[in-house]
Design a binder for this molecule. Sequence first.
Ligand SMILES: [Zn+2]
Length: 381
Amino acid sequence: MNSQTADIATRIHERHIVIDMHADTAQRLVDEDVNLNHELADGHFDRVRMQRGGVAAQFFAVWVNPHYYGTGGATAIARADIQIAAVHRLVENHPRVWTLATCAADVRQAKTQGKCAALLGLEGGYAIDNNFANIERYFKMGVRYMSATWTHSTDWAGTSHDGTGRGRGLNSFGKDVTREMNRLGMMVDVSHVSDKTFWDTIAASRKPVIASHSNARALARVRRNLSDDMIRAIANANGVACVVFYPAFLDDKWNALKEAVQAETETLQALKLARETHSDDAVRERLALERVYEAAYKRLPQVPVSRVIDHIEHIVNLVGINHVGLGSDFDGIQATPRDLESIADYPNITRELLRRGFAEDDIARVLGGNVLRVMEDSERD
Ligand SMILES: [Zn+2]
């Protein structure tokens, strides 16, 4: 692509609000004490690269890994709280460059002021600990979306990641959770949940539903991706499906190659899961194992950035331009597409959309306009 196209992409990011719906960086703040105001040599996200990529707003996913912290209880709550506190601290310690955004207007204001907007989402409902009051508690801490599950089912919702979870949807408490989120103005995220939970959520929610980081199952046949019917249902509810950059969710061929290296990582996986404690040593050990995964997957051919655009185009062809967004999962994935190796590479998405003939207005919707609309709809009674 020529430098003129590159230039146009940069200007589009200057003129419009770019929002990433999902990065796992909050755990790096807690476990590695990284300084996000410096350009980091590793990982996928920091403020320097965020600004270079022309990204205005980042949703920090507050991920409670149930393997280590449980599907509820005091440890799950503490794990969520410590990540939220870390994001709060990041913003409070650097008020000239960061702002905590809790509504669409905050994001717009941050853009006008040239600040980076930090937002919060809960990945998996483990930290609410089956307690209704905790939903509002997290809302008051700034959390603006929540998914019911990650890879473990909760008592009230099934996950797409195991056979038992796939047989389960939302129970009556789960439906109440959805309605309480609607009441508060917390967006309901369907990434990772079982198909049954997805359809129960669509039925229970009176506000738009989001998928913070999910792709099209038609292009990559993994269960956590969205079927065409699901994408249509999200669109009918005026919601947004945000495509995720993890190669295994983008491309079946890459996923098959990954399975092939799985044999050598299986022992590591067992070792990793055996470590159920959250001592500093266990955390350090897990981080070291993550690096081993990354090294193993680096040997695989990279999926091109254009594959991300294939998923965007698939969604656009199904339901139009108003229901697609972006949720990288940066710092939560052990491999990235080529030319999309950190948040700094976001303009390469825009360049590929331009190359495929998307108009600036439409690109602006994909980059963040659609998410802002859903936020505004969620904020209204
Ligand atoms: Zn996830």
